[in-house]
Design a protein around this ligand. Structure first.
Ligand SMILES: [Zn+2]
Length: 272
């Protein structure tokens, strides 16, 4: 745990720097090893899928550490909460305009964690099934149901990664500046990209609607599997081809022998 904790100041520094946020307050990090301690520290009963919560009001980040979690998983969990922690320190005007899904999308992008991995979410499959919820349905809450919440987290991350990939790392910095000046997130996004949340979401959803993506998401090891099968087949194919060639040779040989015999016979006839 101490190694995980030791990385916190430097990571928070990187996040504050990325979003150009000046820190306003400090807090404590608490690690709880059972659900009771976790909810008592949070002062509310969390949904089953909650692993950690950043609570600026209580000046604390509370992490629920399960025995099966590796230090790197806990570090990712903590990095996710540190993004929330940093965003809570934005000027109030900007902070209040951030929809919940954007908070989670930015935190998921930064920590590259996967609540989605835990619940084996495939956005492409949901899209093909026509069951991919709209981002706007996660504006204020993700609900109690773990799978739906994971879909929301994954979709929000997809949206943020799409924006950063198409524009640049400073896009959110500029958007937050506009929000600080009184624009909503949607207006600020239009100011800097020319497209609204709904238009960007259409692009993201169109990209997700692909069977190719379904295969990639549901079978991340599909291509390794394919390569292993091909490699496994090579000796078999080589030996079959050799057998085939040998059989052909044998046929040619016997045909040649026959021709020679006939030729010899004809010669003999000619001699007679
Ligand atoms: Zn979060």
């Amino acid at each position: 745990m101490s190694l995980v904790e030791a990385g916190v100041p430097a990571e928070l520094e990187r996040i504050l720097d990325y979003f150009q946020i000046s820190p306003k307050f400090d807090g404590e990090i608490y690690f709880c090893e059972d659900k009771e301690a976790f909810s008592s520290k949070l002062q509310f009963e969390p949904p089953s899928w909650y692993n950690a919560v950043a609570q600026p009001g209580l000046k604390q980040i509370v992490v629920f550490v399960k025995p099966e979690q590796s230090p790197s998983q806990i570090a990712k969990l903590l990095n996710h909460e540190l993004v929330h922690w940093a965003l809570f320190q934005l000027p109030a005007q900007a902070r209040r305009q951030i929809p919940l899904w954007l908070h989670e999308g930015l935190a998921e992008m930064w920590s590259d964690r996967g609540l989605a991995e835990t619940y084996q979410v495939s956005l492409a499959w949901e899209s093909k099934n026509n069951s991919l919820p709209r981002l706007s349905s996660f504006a204020t809450e993700f609900g109690e149901e773990p799978y739906r919440a994971s879909v929301g987290y994954a979709l929000a991350k997809e949206f943020v990664v799409h924006l950063v990939g198409h524009y640049d790392d400073e896009l959110f910095l500029r958007i937050f500046n506009n929000m600080e000046a009184g624009r909503s997130f949607d207006q600020a996004l239009v100011d800097h990209t020319g497209l609204s949340v709904v238009s960007h979401e259409k692009i993201v959803r169109a990209n997700l609607n692909s069977w190719w993506r379904v295969v990639q998401e549901m079978y991340p090891h599909f291509f390794l599997f394919l390569v292993l099968i091909i490699l496994g087949l090579v000796p078999f194919v080589v030996s079959r081809r050799r057998h085939h060639r040998e059989a052909l040779h044998a046929v040619w040989q016997s045909e040649e022998d026959e021709v020679e015999m006939l030729a010899g016979h004809n010669d003999n006839i000619g001699d007679e």
